[in-house]
Design a protein around this ligand. Structure first.
Ligand code: FMN
Length: 197
């Protein structure tokens, strides 16, 4: 990977600071087996009641679905994500059947659980030498219609997956941003005892 300016404040496995979200991709194809290995990692995320509310829809470049999926992104994201190898739409089921219940009720943690699953996906891709880039910038209404997503499923994000490309391929303004980003200090995010953040 490119020089990583990130420094962990506490000892952690390097996978956590090695994962980052570039926009320059090589536009090479990805095999379905490789993509499924990332989704497999997501499958093993924890969830409330083991309800596994996450769902993933995907398209690989050079396949008939590719252009349809690209068309769901906003113009900015499409400008760089068109060089990715795969696009994934992350959704979740908003209801579940609690243990012992006979009817579905709202799944209060479906968003929390699905965020965890996307984290697994991103880390597995990174460990495997690929990069992911989450995107809120896509048309949810169009996506629901185009991909025939029924009611009862919430849309969360699109994810571009690819191999790291040359940042010179990006527009000038984006080239400067093509570097692993920093983080707030842990002391701003975590406190012992009462809320003091
Ligand atoms: C849910 C979500 C939505 C995002 N939406 C966009 C987006 O629409 N366009 C974009 O360029 N980056 C987007 N990002 C990327 C974030 O800006 C990026 O993950 C963040 O700055 C942290 O950088 P890192 O992933 O390199 O550690 C999104 C990330 C997430 C997780």
């Amino acid at each position: 990977m490119s020089a990583n300016p990130r420094v962990a404040e506490h000892a952690i496995d390097e996978q956590f600071i090695n994962r980052w979200s570039p926009r320059a991709f090589t536009a090479e194809p990805i095999s379905e087996a490789t993509l499924l290995s990332f989704l497999e990692a997501a499958r093993w995320a924890p969830s409330a009641y083991n309800s596994q509310p996450w769902r993933f829809l995907y398209a690989r470049r050079d396949t008939p679905n590719w252009e349809r999926y690209l068309g769901l992104l906003n113009e900015f994201n499409r400008s760089w994500a068109q060089h990715a190898s795969a696009l994934v739409i992350v959704l979740s089921k908003t209801t579940f059947t609690a243990p012992g219940a006979s009817e579905e009720t709202p799944a209060l943690w479906h968003t929390f659980d699905t965020g965890s699953a996307w984290g697994h996906l991103a880390l597995q891709a990174s460990i495997s030498g690929w990069h992911t880039h989450g995107m809120a910038g896509f048309d949810q209404e169009l996506t629901r219609k185009e991909l025939k997503i029924p009611e009862g499923y919430a849309l969360h994000a699109a994810v571009a997956i690819g191999k790291l490309g040359d940042k010179a391929s990006l527009a000038e303004g984006l080239q400067a941003r093509e570097v692993p980003s920093p983080r707030r200090s842990l002391s701003e995010l975590a406190a012992e005892g009462d809320f003091s953040l």
